[in-house]
Design a protein around this ligand. Sequence first.
Ligand SMILES: [Zn+2]
Length: 355
Amino acid sequence: MPAGLLELSATELHEVLGGPTLIHLQGKNPQPLFVTVLQHGNETTGWDAVRRLMKSHYEFDQLPRSLSILIGNTEAAKHRLRRLDEQLDYNRCWPGGAYEDSDVGRMFQQVTDRVQSLSPIAAIDIHNNTGLNPHYAAINRIRPEFLRLASYFSSKVVYFTMPLGTQSLSLSRFCPSTTLECGQAGDTHGTDHSMGFLETCLHLSDIPTTPIGDDEVNLFHMVATVRVHDEAFFGFGHVPTDIAFRENLDVLNFQELPSGISFGELNGGPAHPLVATDINGADVTKQYFRFDRGQIETVREIMPSMLTPDRRVIQQDCLCYLMDRVHFEDHIEVTDHDPLPEGLRRSDRPGEPSL
Ligand SMILES: [Zn+2]
């Protein structure tokens, strides 16, 4: 570990490192745990968890297993941004995504080759989000060891296969991998939780591949992205805008909602104020919402995530994602196929999970 690095906050790393940096620390068990932090520069929980873990537990003691740490977008971190305007989103640049030929894509190919050669026990990518969301883990393959790894962090697990080029999807080809969503950056509970998870992983002798039951993990699949219609004016609470979303809309995150739940009131504007699209980009709004009673109402059971009161996020990214519960015992992969066949490669689309 470069001297003094653990004393630095995320914003200070760039001065010292000058860019993305891969650090290998030797532990008692040589098979490393691979941890990625700061792929998004303003998502600081991962770095804070790593530095606290190292300082509190391993300043003088040997690590129980080797630890490889990738510190990602230090430049964006310096500016407290997810990414700079001229930068690609780092978490879309891993092998199998649309940006393999970019500078970041080539660098991540090298990192992937290096990490694969070390046969890590698992790959962990740590993120934050906006709005009130519980901590949850995301996985890209429905296999017992992936579910078990995720379950050490949270009983709430999200399965996704798009967008391509995310680290956890890319590395899922050769080791159990997960993306941690640790709530809002700067929240100490998120740092405590991810630090505890890393400590657990460092002490695992292996990740069992024995079957895991539906009752141990609540698995959800992202089925749609919901955006506000470009021409709809929106606000929160009692406001005269086209859409007056209910206040505290984000308390609905990760709640399994029945049909008939109102997201807010309608005072005019476009006939379809919200637009839901499935992972292929098809318009599926009518399957989830009705707008004919002066309200935005759900028309089937659904669980939203990433609902946020942040207008900028809603305008630039989306209002929320919709998820369905997966009874995964029927879906466990039994073959060891490569989840990214050539034909699946296609470009990233805006509004996909902002992991
Ligand atoms: Zn992120």
